[in-house]
Design a protein. Structure first.
Length: 397
């Protein structure tokens, strides 16, 4: 997605400056052309030679210097780049730009730039919680600048808290999405459910299924990249929460139902990608069910609430999307579910198919709209399928 894209990376005076070298390396691997602007204070932490070697381009550190590859003035840089990323971004550089100060090559270039600017902050936890810093972030956000939130963890000072530079892959993902997707979901709130539910039998056992959450997480990630405010309600999973997404973790179907209906009023679009258990134990044992005392234990099951059906009854003008995971009669079963649950779109997939379905990174599916018209999607990565599904949803009036 980054092949041929022109990225201007601003590196400022944080101990995390060394991580910017990894950003350059990853951007180059993905086919981007990168120029680095380094501030004077950043050179105290990392040498410009590192960046010129990794980028294959001269490092820009002076407002008035020139080189044989391009005229490194702030105007020509601003006209050359598709996107500016400042990583790590210190409180100082954020404060300068927020208040219109342009006293070096980086700040003057940002001032002259008309496309997207991303900040990836890195600083001490006390600085990031300072009201003046927060005020600067709010001001820049209101003007269209974007921030890649820092992480919680161990800081250079030895303390633990907010302020660590975001994960490098998350930063590069954000760049990819910023340069690939249009903001066609801007102003919309998308509620996504993902993964499985667990229904307890006793304190150590439960009823569940093989859903990993990969499809739901991919949908949440791409919806966020396309400008939506995203609420992700997920059952147990080992997947990291997508950046910029409000994530709610649940265990059982009842917990899923409660969370969904609490968030339902805020949502414009609901995508039910979770594989909610159809049944639960009528009575969960208080302790551990011992096999010595129960050679043939009888577990009586009862139906779980049908969350999607209940949503269909009260959806109003909201868009409701469901999934049909089947092993036979795929289209017939999907159409039945589409009608009964008053869905606007259903994604039907054969979970017995090779290289697709639960746990896999890939899927093939049929997208069936409310008129019964199907669109077949071949085997592809779930992240790519998420894009196709969201393309279909945005067409729904």
């Amino acid at each position: 997605m980054l092949k041929g894209k022109k990225i201007l990376l601003g590196v400022t005076g944080s101990i995390a400056a060394y991580k910017a070298a990894e950003i350059v390396s990853l951007l180059k691997k993905k086919g981007a052309e990168v120029f680095v602007i380094i501030t004077e204070s950043a050179t105290k932490f990392i040498q410009p030679l590192t960046f010129s070697t990794l980028s294959g381009n001269p490092v820009i550190d002076n407002l008035f210097s020139a080189n044989d590859k391009m005229v490194v003035k702030h105007i020509s840089l601003a006209e050359w780049a598709d996107l500016i990323l400042i990583a790590p971004a210190t409180a100082n550089i954020i404060g300068k730009i927020a208040n219109g100060i342009a006293d070096d090559i980086l700040t003057t270039t940002v001032m002259a730039f008309k496309a997207k600017v991303l900040f990836a902050p890195a600083m001490n936890k006390n600085m990031i919680s300072n009201p003046l810093y927060k005020q600067n972030v709010e001001k820049l956000t209101s003007l269209g600048y974007e921030f890649i939130d820092s992480e919680y963890g161990r800081l250079a000072c030895g303390e633990t808290g907010e302020g660590r530079l975001a994960n490098i892959e998350d930063i590069v993902d954000t760049i990819e999405y910023a340069l690939t997707f249009k903001n066609d979901y801007q102003g919309k709130t998308v509620l996504v459910t993902a993964s499985c539910t667990r229904e307890p039998i006793d304190k150590v056992r439960f009823i569940s299924n093989y859903s990993s959450g990969k499809m739901g997480f991919a949908l949440a990630k791409i919806a966020r990249a396309r400008g939506a405010r995203v609420i992700l309600i997920t059952g147990p999973t080992c997947l990291p929460a997508p950046k910029g997404v409000t994530t709610v973790s649940i265990e059982s179907a009842e917990e899923m139902k409660k969370a969904v209906f609490e968030c339902f009023p805020e949502a414009d679009i609901i995508i039910s990608a979770a594989a909610v258990a159809d049944f639960r134990s009528r009575k969960a044992f208080a302790g551990k069910l011992k096999k010595e005392k129960n050679e043939k234990p009888l577990i009586e099951l009862e139906r779980n609430p049908d969350i999607l059906y209940e949503l269909g009854k009260k959806k109003g003008d909201k868009i409701l999307v469901g999934f049909a995971a089947e092993t036979e009669n795929l289209e017939a079963n999907a159409l039945k579910k589409l009608k009964e649950k008053r869905l606007d779109l259903i994604i039907a997939n054969d979970i017995s198919a090779k290289e697709a379905g639960f746990g896999s990174d890939r899927n093939r599916a049929s997208l069936i709209n409310s008129k019964g018209i199907a669109r077949e999607l071949p085997l592809m990565l779930k992240i790519d399928m998420a894009e196709k599904i969201l393309d279909e949803i945005i067409k729904i009036k």
